[in-house]
Design a protein around this ligand. Structure first.
Ligand code: ZN
Length: 321
């Protein structure tokens, strides 16, 4: 898996490439219309002299600077209006040669003022999904295509799944910024993955940073940090799981359990709880197995601070393939 620093570099590069491509495409369109219209060519040449005229006005001394600048601005506005009219006569939209950024908010810089733009956050998250292998699932699995029909054969199953579905949906609409945690317990193929992918997708759409990772990989990141040679903060792989606005941990119980993994897991779960950062955990383990496998301090945090959605006991015969 690419480190978080590598992912950031990659996303920054991608956004910078987008900006460059948008500027080049606009330049290409400008050449196209200038070739078709001598008037536009002349207007563009005049507009290109604006900077020099501003310099000349200010160099000429303070007298009447304000009036001269206002005059220049008015002239430019007239030129632009005329240019739009010519474009429309030629059959182009009036804004044909303007730069079309993918993200109008940050103009493909990745930053909205000093804040990271929502588009960059989303890219980073998608980059994280790609790295963790959920990329294609997130395109396929959403709340919209989650079907309760599979559970209809049993009234009890259906009602429980409807409850789980509503709880997951409500969670995804509000968390973050609200604080809450979900623990989805039950066997494979019962809808846990679909619901957690749908949560991830919705929360990303709402502009938050989501990390979706298997417990095993998170522990590998902690081990990497423990044994890494330098102390370069950029190379600290576990940081992203502590910082994520929403963390989804998949497959608790499938990892190899030892004292290092236990302390990593406790550190992660406990830090996120104490900082009120929401987390979703999926596990195939039953509550009893969970208590056998993990220390009290972990299970008490989970059972005390997480809302449990149970997928136990459903009749797998009725489930989709
Ligand atoms: Zn943006």
């Amino acid at each position: 898996m690419a480190s978080f620093a590598e992912q950031i570099r990659e996303v920054r590069q991608r956004i910078a490439d987008r900006r460059l491509a948008a500027e080049e495409a606009a330049e290409e369109r400008r050449r196209e219309v200038e070739n078709k219209s001598a008037e536009i060519r002349e207007i563009d040449a005049q507009l290109a002299r604006t900077a020099r005229r501003v310099f000349e006005i200010s160099a000429a001394g303070p007298d009447g600077v304000r009036e001269k600048m206002a005059e220049l601005r008015r002239e430019n506005e007239e030129l632009l209006a005329e240019r739009r009219a010519i474009l429309e006569v030629l059959g182009y939209p009036g804004d044909y040669t303007e730069i079309r950024y993918t993200c109008p908010i940050c103009q493909d810089t990745g930053y909205d003022g000093t804040k990271m733009c929502a588009c960059m956050k989303r890219e980073l998250t998608l980059e994280g999904f790609r790295a963790s292998g959920i990329g294609r699932l997130i395109e396929k699995q959403s709340f919209e295509n989650f079907s309760l029909d599979y559970y209809k054969a049993s009234k009890e199953d259906y009602e429980r799944m409807a409850q789980n579905f509503e709880a997951a949906k409500e969670f995804a609409e509000n968390v973050p910024p609200q604080y809450g945690n979900l623990l989805m317990m039950g066997g494979t193929g019962l809808g846990k993955t679909h619901l957690s992918t749908a949560i991830a997708r919705r929360v990303i759409e709402r502009g938050y940073e989501v990390r979706y990772e298997s417990v095993q990989n998170v522990i590998a990141a902690y081990e990497h940090d423990r044994f890494r040679s330098g102390r370069d903060a950029e190379d600290e792989q576990s940081r992203v799981y502590l910082d994520a606005e929403l963390l989804i941990l998949d497959d608790l119980g499938a990892e190899y359990v030892n004292s290092i993994s236990l302390s990593a897991l406790y550190h992660l779960i406990n830090t996120r709880i104490s900082q009120e950062k929401p987390t979703v955990i999926n596990t195939n383990l039953m509550q009893r197995e969970l208590q056998e496998k993990y220390s009290d301090r972990i299970t008490s945090r989970l059972l005390g601070e997480y809302r449990v959605l149970s997928f136990y006991g459903m009749n797998v015969r009725y489930l989709k393939k």
